[in-house]
Design a binder for this molecule. Structure first.
Ligand code: ADP
Length: 610
């Protein structure tokens, strides 16, 4: 199945695998940039160590031996070291940011392409959809993982090594003392990191619950308000927020615990060093330069040590994100085109279902051997109660899913063996809920056929009865719609989606008739637009309006995944005790057996359509 596995513990091997994969996918790509960044980091490490080392000469040669000739050279040396350090830090930061931004951009491209390839089954899994919604956060995880690893390896470890070398050069015995404090620091930090890891995992899970719950609540806001669920939801979300806050505080407490511990250890170390070197200076009359250089090295080492101590914490968080990201990227798109599939040619657009059996992933049969022919250029109306399998049928013509048995033929070609792209290009689909995308009105119509000329777009809009209202918009065809654009009425949106289908100029039209009620005037315009787009095309329509059904050249009556009757209105009506005849007699009455419940609402508002 395409489901994404639940969050599970990240063990060390898996962590290593994820890091390995991130490195493998990116190191080579950014070879030269990383080389520059690493060189800059090494320069930072060396100059840091140099500053510590030169302190010995500052104290001994300038203050102790009073060598006037060295004042200027040593000062200039220190100035140069700081300038190099500044430039190198700048180069390194800019380089890492550039690489990081590019990693994010590249993965965003990749994940979007991937999301477009995934079948509809992926999107019906809400958990996957939620994961997809948080892609940006997850991509950031991949970037962070690279940043942390490279900075650790390139900067902090070399800086620390250079400083330790400096310490040894300055005072080997004292270095031994200083290194003795290493193990206890490492041990405490490791203990805390382990504790943090489990708290952090809880926090990530909690936060995704929280985000998911908020997303659901806002997406279903109409239902929330209709059922006055606000208080219940508020209580539920409050509890989650409270727990997330507690976790975040706990993380802060535990991770900050490293600070007092390391401060204490550092204080003890420096105090003992002063005691040792102090007595040595007092009794041996030894110049204190080496000691000052040494202390400087210890103080400078503090920063990289602290960062290294936190590496595990940052790594843990970005690992969780990177792993979620790869989980989506690793979902195999199912039912790719079979090898040797050819483009379909659709001269007339006759659609034939031949003993089609189908079940969704869960194995429950939905269609039990459907056979019927939708004649070329004619309208075939599919009627049946909700859940009969009408939408499934429409989806199968577009090969959103592969069928279990039987064949679907278009002009005699089995669609299982043609390329999906060519198949879908010969079909226009008007969904029940018209969907507009970010962009202008013209863009939205042109999604039907990207190479349509402006004239064709306008012509389609005219046929769809949309031209008039489009011209009344602030920027006419250039008006922005979608998320950030103007709000159009339901009827206007429907007419735009019809214009999109007209401009596509495909031989086959799949139509899921809208059930939502429009006002009479709007309804008439939409109806007229639909009649025009159906003209001369093979139309398969999930019919909700009696007028559509009565006027159809062929009616297919479905019940629970089977075709129970088919024919034209008059013959079906003449059948004694026929399903259709019963339905027709009951039309307008509430217990209509073969028509969607939704229809009842729309007829109730708009009045009977015939
Ligand atoms: P209709 O369009 O006639 O209302 P559908 O084709 O939507 O019927 O549904 C037919 C049957 O298939 C129903 O029992 C429904 O529960 C099931 N079904 C629809 N979509 C899915 C899906 N994505 N996964 C599993 N079952 C589904």
């Amino acid at each position: 199945m395409n489901g994404v596995p639940r969050k599970k513990k990240i063990d060390t091997t898996e962590a290593r695998r994820v890091i390995g994969r991130v490195m493998g996918e990116n190191l080579r790509e950014y070879r030269s940039s990383y080389a520059i960044a690493l060189a800059a980091m090494l320069a930072v490490a060396c100059t840091t160590a140099f500053v510590a080392y030169i302190f010995k000469d500052v104290i001994n040669k300038i203050y102790y031996q009073r060598r006037e000739d060295l004042i200027v050279p040593i000062s200039l040396g220190i100035l140069a070291a700081f300038v190099i350090r500044g430039v190198a830090t700048y180069v390194q930061s800019v380089m890492m940011a550039k690489i990081g931004n590019n990693i994010v951009a590249r993965y965003q491209h990749r994940i979007f392409d991937h999301l477009m390839k995934l079948g509809l089954d992926f999107y019906t899994d809400t958990r996957s959809a939620q994961l997809a919604a948080r892609i940006n956060q997850n991509v950031a995880g991949v970037r962070e993982l690279m940043d942390i690893t490279i900075t650790t390896i390139g900067k902090d470890i070399p800086t620390l090594v250079a400083l330790i070398v400096t310490m040894v050069l300055l005072d080997p015995i004292l270095s031994l003392f200083a290194l003795l404090i290493g193990p206890p620091v490492i041990l405490t930090v490791r203990y805390l990191a382990r504790r943090l890891r489990s708290i952090h995992r809880e926090s990530v899970t909690l936060n995704s619950h929280l985000l998911g719950a908020m997303q659901e609540a806002t997406q279903g806001i109409a239902i929330v308000k209709a059922f006055t669920m606000e208080d219940q939801l508020r209580a539920k979300i409050s509890a989650l927020i409270h727990r997330a806050e507690e976790r975040a505080n706990k993380i802060a407490r535990v991770s900050e615990r490293t600070t007092p511990i390391t401060e204490l250890i550092a204080g003890v170390a420096i105090a003992s060093m002063i005691i040792y070197t102090g007595y040595r200076a007092v009794y041996n009359v030894e110049p204190p330069g080496a000691m000052f250089g040494f202390m400087t090295a210890v103080l400078l080492a503090y920063d990289p040590v602290r960062r290294l101590a936190r590496v595990q914490v940052g790594l843990e968080r970005s690992l969780v994100n990177a792993r979620m990201f790869f989980e989506i990227l690793d979902v195999e798109p199912r039912q790719a085109d079979s090898i040797g599939s050819v483009p379909i040619t659709v001269p007339t657009g006759e659609v034939e279902f031949d003993k089609v059996r189908f079940s969704y992933g869960n194995g429950v049969p939905v269609l039990h051997g459907i056979s019927f022919v939708a004649k070329a250029g004619k309208t075939t109306a599919i009627v049946g109660a909700s859940g009969a399998g009408k939408s499934t049928l429409i989806g199968l013509v577009q090969r959103f899913y592969d069928i279990d048995a039987g064949r679907i033929l278009i002009d005699g070609q089995d669609i299982a063996y043609v390329s999906k792209r060519s198949l879908r290009q010969s079909i226009a689909y008007v969904s029940q809920q018209p969907y507009l995308f970010e962009g202008t009105i013209a863009d939205n119509i042109r999604y039907g056929r990207p190479d349509a000329t402006d004239e064709e777009v306008i012509e389609a809009a005219k046929l769809a009865n949309a031209d008039e209202f489009i011209r009344q918009q602030p920027q006419s065809y250039g008006t922005e719609v979608g998320e950030n654009g103007v709000t159009l009425s339901g009827g206007q949106r429907q007419r735009l989606s019809i214009a999109r289908a007209i401009v596509r100029n495909a031989a086959i039209l799949l139509l899921d008739e809208a059930t939502s009620a429009l006002d009479n005037e709007s309804e008439k315009r939409v109806q007229q637009a639909l009649e025009r787009v159906m003209q001369g095309r093979t139309t398969i329509v999930i019919a909700h309006r009696l007028s559509t059904i009565v006027n159809a050249e062929h009616i297919v009556v479905m019940e629970a995944g089977r075709v129970v009757e088919e024919g034209v209105h008059d013959t079906l009506l003449a059948r004694p005790n026929g399903v259709y005849a019963r339905f027709y007699q009951l039309q307008g009455r509430e217990e209509s057996p073969i028509i969607d419940d939704t229809e009842l609402q729309s007829t109730a508002v708009t009045g009977p359509a015939v």
